[in-house]
Design a protein around this ligand. Structure first.
Ligand code: DCT
Ligand code: MG
Length: 501
């Protein structure tokens, strides 16, 4: 059903005579005349969108005249667009709606011009106040509200602030209060991207993602050295207990809360309470708690990669193994090691992970495995559930890593037991889904959330770990590389090490 591919879309785009020259058919909405700004949008995309709008009965003018009611721009920041518009000598500019492409794509989806709302408008920038007339400008202009339009390395210059905000986010996560949780996570994520430490509240005035609650916390930290709200959470018994319980593999906020409400306060109490039923994952989580609650180092991750590579190579010599997750983003430590395994050729990955698991078991190094068969079905895409897990063949493992296999492991670290239990996730998508799976599994979680939110709100597209779907044209957009996906989304490419949002 969705067989139209990018090549079809590109063919349309490459033939302006099919699009631009397409005459206005029936005009359904006489009260609206659209002008599409070619600047930054590009000629071919403009032609394509013109054609699309006309086919839906919209009037689109190729020149700006006083009959235009809606000026639509894409990727044009206000401070660039407005001077350009003013140079065009438009007489009635003040009466026109100057809107972002989101208004256009939402109107296309609705099949009619939707009312212009505040978030659609590209506001004329106010004249900058003279330095003595007001607070100094923020040193960070044009910080996007979306993590996928920011470059966030591991060099976080605002750790004091982001740690505090993340405590509050986590606390809200524990009580499943999603709105405030995401609010604090977004704020922390935005601050992580700033190229210098925030010195005062004036520095961050006007930056996105900072709601009044966040500002109050930051103000407290600047004025008193810490936030009373954060201190309160950190010393709260409930928070402390849920933090310990959720540190166990297989224990989420719901289970942790249930145990807390039963009066349980420590891991010892949980394991010694015979009335508590633990599932298989939690049993393994408790059994290997000492090891898997410790961070996994890069050297350990590399040792795991060599083991998996050798085993997967027995299944097929063509298999490729890519490190994803935090290690791909350059982290020195992680809570697990994530890998993507692919084999060229349709369906060639079938049976790959069960074979790897069998091999690990026969080598005596498999401590736990939870294998999930693929439920991937292209005809059931796109998935509209935002936080849902993907449908690829995958497994969550705990493997025994011999200390001697870890390069650079110091002798004193090797005393006692000669192995360490390590959490490993393996995912084996069909090769033609590789780019989407790689982008999705590289994280960070906040970066992924914002990529999807950006796609949906700014581009009228749906992105998940399987595919990118353009709702305006009802087509899947094909991608071989992560770069292809960024191009489809009209985003500058962000390197994995810049995705630590
Ligand atoms: N991910 C996803 N869908 C999920 C869970 C995770 O797309 N339901 C992505 C986001 C990050 C990536 O997979 C790996 O997940 P984690 O290992 O949890 O995150 P990480 O960034 O690798 O963190 P850590 O370094 O602690 O392992
Ligand atoms: Mg990880």
């Amino acid at each position: 059903m969705f067989q139209t591919t990018l090549s079809t879309l590109l063919r349309k785009r490459r033939q302006p005579e099919l699009t631009c020259a397409q005459p206005q058919k029936e005009m359904k909405f006489r009260e609206v005349t659209v002008y599409l700004v070619e600047r930054r949008m590009g000629k071919s995309r403009r032609n394509f969108l013109t054609s699309l709008a006309r086919s839906k009965g919209f009037c689109v003018d190729n020149t700006i005249s006083s009959t235009v009611t809606h000026i639509v721009a894409e990727d044009n920041p206000a401070h660039e667009l407005w001077p350009w518009l003013q140079e065009q000598g438009i007489t009635d500019l003040g009466k026109m709606n100057v809107v972002d492409i989101a208004w256009f794509t939402q109107s296309m989806r609705a099949g009619r011009p939707i009312p212009v709302e505040a978030q659609h408008r590209i506001q004329k920038p106010s004249v900058q106040p003279k330095p003595e007339a007001g607070p100094p400008d923020s040193p960070w202009l044009n910080v996007s509200q979306y993590a996928c339009q920011r470059r966030t390395t591991l060099n976080n210059r605002n750790k004091i602030l982001t740690d505090a905000l993340e405590v509050l986010a986590e606390n809200y996560e524990f009580i499943e209060s999603i709105g405030p949780c995401l609010g604090f996570r977004r704020a922390a994520s935005m601050l992580k991207s700033l190229p210098a430490p925030v010195r005062s509240i004036n520095d961050i005035e006007g930056l996105p993602c900072l709601g009044p609650e966040t500002m109050a916390v930051i103000q407290d930290i600047f004025e008193c050295g810490s936030s009373s709200k954060v201190e309160e959470v950190l010393t709260d018994e409930r928070y402390q207990t849920l933090k310990i319980f959720t540190s166990v593999f297989g224990v989420g906020p719901k289970t942790a809360e249930k145990w807390y409400r039963r009066g349980l306060r420590s891991l010892e109490q949980i394991v010694s309470d015979s009335s508590i039923h633990l599932n298989k994952m939690q049993i393994a989580g408790f059994k290997h708690y000492e090891d898997i609650s410790k961070p996994v180092s890069k050297a350990e991750a590399e040792a795991v990669r060599r083991i998996i590579e050798e085993i997967a190579g027995c299944f097929s010599p063509d298999v490729t193994i890519t490190v994803t997750g935090g290690f791909r983003r350059g982290k020195e430590f992680g809570h697990d090691v994530d890998f993507l395994l692919t084999v060229p050729g349709p369906g060639k990955e079938d049976g790959l992970l069960p074979a790897v698991i069998d091999h690990l078991r026969s080598q005596g190094i498999l401590l736990y495995s939870d294998f999930q068969e693929s439920t991937f079905d292209l005809t059931r895409l796109p998935c509209r559930r935002f936080e849902a897990m993907d449908h690829f063949q995958k497994c969550f493992l705990i493997v025994k890593l011999k200390k001697e296999q870890v390069v650079g492991q110091q002798a004193e670290q090797r005393c006692g037991r000669d192995w360490k239990a390590v959490r490993v996730d393996l995912v084996a998508p069909p090769v033609e889904r590789y780019a989407f799976a790689l982008l999705g599994w590289s994280g960070s979680t906040q970066f992924e959330r914002d990529l999807r939110r950006f796609a949906r709100l700014e581009r009228n597209m749906l992105l998940d770990n399987h595919a990118l779907f353009d709702k305006t044209t009802n087509t899947f957009l094909q991608a071989k590389t992560e770069e292809d996906i960024f191009i489809h989304l009209g985003l500058d490419y962000i390197e994995p090490w810049q995705r630590n949002a």
